[in-house]
Design a protein around this ligand. Structure first.
Ligand code: PMP
Length: 359
């Protein structure tokens, strides 16, 4: 009865690191659990966003704006593009699925760096298309040359993540631009910038600046990370109007609820909340990296809100020992990462406690 692609798809399964905190507590039999496994913003949403969302509750009987004009307009203004270049989605996750539904046929290939966010692979399989994985550079950065070598006439989409999850590394802006010039115009380059607002320069620039020159560039963002609205489920994409129009053909009519739209709109007006989120992240990241330096452990230089650490031991063992003490991080697997953990940056006091336990 089900489609032939189903064996390639796995239902979203909850390992310990994926559970809500209350369920983690039950599973571990602990009263206090700290979740550093989801790259969430520990500051919580802007109070302006929470007020706006509270007010939006009074309109719950009405359907939301389908395209979310107000949010679309504000994003366009902020990013220096037109509203017709912006499309909203139910989290960046839905945008990845919408891209696959719009651009991938079963006979097509999508190129995906092998250490990357898992949804690119899942969405490619969903369409019955074939993911083509490319190796990383020796420093675990995304290898653009390896990607160019894998392009065939079957390639329809290239998925990039910048800063990359789970490594936190960035693709230098000049290299990315040179790469896009070499990609055939009929191949869509998707650049997932879920962690954009945490990036602190050093080679990184958003690819939104490329959208006006390249009809095949599509940038994905989210309100789940710096804006701390992960539970509200709202993300967006930026590309030329023809791309946005094509995706609008498959987008469900009311994919972003009105509470999320209200929260997102108000969040975009709260620059202080963004600045505070960045400050907290910098503090925690510096403290964690300083500790790792003292311990002589290697880690990847991250421009996101997490750090990928090589524990030098069996990663599962370190994960288990941290979990016993109530600290849940992300255990990485495969691609030589079996001794690595991805640690999300929590509140300053959490990070101060974490580094002591970690030591
Ligand atoms: N892209 C990347 C790189 C991510 O890490 C995540 C969330 N972990 C997403 C997209 C999905 O985010 P959202 O909550 O907006 O669906």
């Amino acid at each position: 009865m089900v489609r032939s692609v189903y064996p390639n798809l796995t239902p979203y399964t909850c390992s310990l690191a994926d559970l809500p905190v209350e369920e983690m507590k039950q599973a571990l039999g602990l009263e206090q659990v700290y979740k550093l496994s989801f790259n969430e913003n520990p500051l919580g949403p802007s109070s302006k966003a929470l007020n706006a969302m509270q007010q939006a509750l009074s309109q719950l009987n009405l359907y939301p704006s389908s395209s979310g004009e107000a949010v679309q307009g504000k994003i366009a203004e902020k990013e220096g593009v037109l509203p017709e270049n912006v499309i909203l989605s139910n989290g960046a996750d839905e945008m990845i699925i919408l891209v696959a539904q719009t651009f991938l046929e079963p006979e097509d290939e999508a190129i995906i760096p092998e250490i990357c966010f898992v949804q690119y692979m899942a969405s490619t399989y969903l369409m019955g298309a074939t993911p083509v994985f490319t190796p990383m550079k020796a420093d675990l950065g995304i290898d653009l040359k390896a990607i160019l070598q894998k392009i065939t006439e079957k390639t329809k989409v290239i998925f990039l993540c910048n800063p990359n999850n789970p490594t936190g590394t960035v693709i230098p802006a000049d290299e990315l631009q040179a790469f896009i010039k070499q990609v055939p115009e009929n191949v869509l380059v998707v650049i997932d910038e879920a962690y954009h607002e945490f990036a602190d320069g050093d080679g990184y620039r958003s690819s939104v600046e490329l959208v006006s020159d390249f009809a095949n560039v599509f940038v994905i963002r989210t309100f789940s990370k710096i804006y701390s609205l992960a539970a509200a489920r709202i993300g967006y994409g930026i590309g030329q109007a023809a791309l946005v129009d094509a995706i609008n053909h498959v987008r469900p009519p009311f994919n972003v609820n009105s509470i999320a739209q209200a929260g997102a709109l108000a969040s975009l007006d709260d620059a202080e909340h963004v600045a505070e989120s960045r400050r907290i992240n910098q503090f925690g990241k510096q403290l964690l990296c300083k500790t790792l330096d003292e311990l002589g452990l290697s880690y990847l230089s991250s421009q996101a809100n997490f750090v990928c650490v090589n524990t030098g031991k069996d990663g599962q063992e370190v994960f288990d020992r941290l979990a016993e003490r109530g600290w849940i991080v992300r255990k990485l697997t495969g691609y030589g990462l079996n001794s690595s953990l991805r640690i999300s940056i929590g509140r300053p006091e959490e990070m101060e406690a974490f580094v002591e336990v970690f030591k």
